[in-house]
Design a binder for this molecule. Structure first.
Ligand code: AMP
Length: 443
């Protein structure tokens, strides 16, 4: 299959060729014809599947082929994203796909001055990428009208709910024209997402792309059990031993990011950190320096890392496991993209056993554990498996099997560590607020 057989116009085919896209990814193959046909879409696809082109390319074609010129302060297509990083990244992709088209594109998000954004919107913008809060601010200040809106995209809808944007989404829903095309992309189809889809979408086509077919099956994953207080020491040890060159590290909290960066810098290691407390310009600079290899280790929180698109990233380290199991999939999706192999290593302490268990349940696999010599934890990490069972007490040691090489056997044990991430279809681990289109409740 080629992009031409999907019915794309020549300027778009040329742009995709310039970008080196030869064959549509599975989500693109399904989404592009459906969007061109005007269908609403509910797509389960995560970062790394090529979902951005899946919605943006046909949307750009529809805007080019039909509809009136954009009016002052209006937008014809709106792409909502959970974070500014993702908004910027999606906008960069949209602008690349639109390079040969007579369309205008722009991104708005919070944390930066609103005035330049208001100025930019004056003439109207064909495709606007926005985070929910800033979009509402702009709308309330009359800098933005939505009556010309043809297409709405909710990108990473599950993440928007996770980040507590359900009220904002409800407000935006009330601002939208009734007649429009709506495309919803989400890594998971939780009950909340289905509820949101029920309200926002009209007879949607459901597209599910198993990550098994895409990037994640090239990611080698394993866990190194360690005591909490020795994690930083273990990280430095593994880094030196493995001669790591470029590593994206995830820490749970902003303080955790700062502490690790400080420790690494103190050892003369070229490290930087990004989290929500840092100004946008600082975050962008750290990211740019990481991308250009001026920074070797980039430590990030999940929120700050949303939307980072770093090609050929060889290694992701989970310094802490994520509280929300789905974030594990997002994190490891940063590596092993576009057929490259990648590694994802998680440093796990006894406190994190429930998170480990949730991740194994979600991904339907038992992660290989590799004990690092001299770092064996005093507080043992209880055994886990993909059924969600946490074995609190140490098992009685079994006689090692002749072929087992002393390795433990935990049911669906994966020997090689080269495992695929199964489609994340079970309920979210953390409850997210329900989407509510009704009036705001008084608190
Ligand atoms: P996304 O899932 O949209 O974040 O895309 C993940 C990465 O895959 C991005 O770097 C895209 O530029 C790239 N990509 C998307 N579609 C294709 C394609 N059909 N062929 C090659 N690379 C692609």
């Amino acid at each position: 299959m080629t992009f031409a057989t999907l019915g794309l116009i020549e300027p778009l085919l040329r742009a995709l060729e310039t970008l080196g896209y030869q064959t549509p990814t599975p989500v693109q193959a399904q989404a592009i014809p459906a969007v061109l046909a005007g269908r609403d879409l509910m797509a389960a696809a995560q970062t790394g599947t090529g979902k951005t082109a899946g919605f943006a390319v046909p949307l750009l074609q529809l805007l080019t082929m039909e509809g009136p010129k954009v009016s002052a302060n209006s937008v014809r297509a709106l792409i909502l994203c959970p974070t500014r990083e993702l908004a910027e990244q999606v906008h960069a992709s949209v602008a690349e796909y639109a390079q040969n088209l007579p369309l205008t594109t722009y991104a708005v998000y919070g944390g930066v001055s609103i005035n330049p954004q208001m100025m930019k919107l004056r003439k109207g913008v064909d495709v606007l990428v926005a985070t929910p809060g800033r979009l509402i601010d702009l709308f309330r200040q009359n800098a933005l009208k939505l009556n010309q809106l043809q297409t709405l995209v909710l990108d990473e809808a599950d993440r928007m709910l996770d980040l507590g944007f359900s009220e904002e989404l409800a407000n935006i829903y009330r601002m939208l024209p009734k007649k429009r095309q709506t495309l919803l992309f989400s890594a998971t189809f939780s009950d909340e997402i289905r509820q949101l889809a029920g309200q926002m979408l009209n007879d949607p086509l459901t597209v599910e792309v198993s990550p098994r077919n895409v990037a994640a099956n090239t990611v080698k994953q394993w866990v190194v059990p360690v005591d909490k207080k020795r994690k930083a020491e273990l990280f430095v040890h593994l880094m030196r031993k493995g001669r790591w060159k470029q590593v994206l590290v995830f820490a749970k909290t902003r303080n955790g990011v700062d502490a690790l960066v400080e420790k690494l810098q103190g050892l003369g290691i070229n490290a930087d950190g990004i989290h929500g407390d840092k100004p946008q310009a600082t975050r962008q600079r750290a990211l740019d320096r990481f991308k250009s290899s001026d920074v070797q280790i980039l430590v990030a929180t999940d929120v700050a890392a949303r939307g980072l698109d770093i090609e050929d990233l060889p290694l992701v380290v989970n310094f802490d496991l994520p509280i929300v199991a789905e974030d594990y999939i997002h994190r490891i999706g940063r590596t092993g993209r576009a057929g490259n192999t990648g590694e994802a290593i998680s440093l796990v302490c006894a406190d994190e056993v429930n998170m480990l268990s949730a991740i194994e349940m979600l991904t339907r696999q038992t992660l290989t554990r590799k004990m690092e010599q001299d770092f064996e934890p005093e507080h043992r990490v209880p055994d886990t498996d993909a059924t969600g069972q946490v074995v609190k007490k140490p098992k009685k040691p079994k006689k090692p099997k002749a072929s087992g090489g002393g390795k433990r056997n935990l049911g669906k044990w994966v020997e090689s560590g080269e495992v695929s991430v199964a489609e994340p279809s079970i309920k979210p681990v953390r409850k997210v607020p329900a989407f509510n289109t009704g009036p705001r409740k008084k608190k």
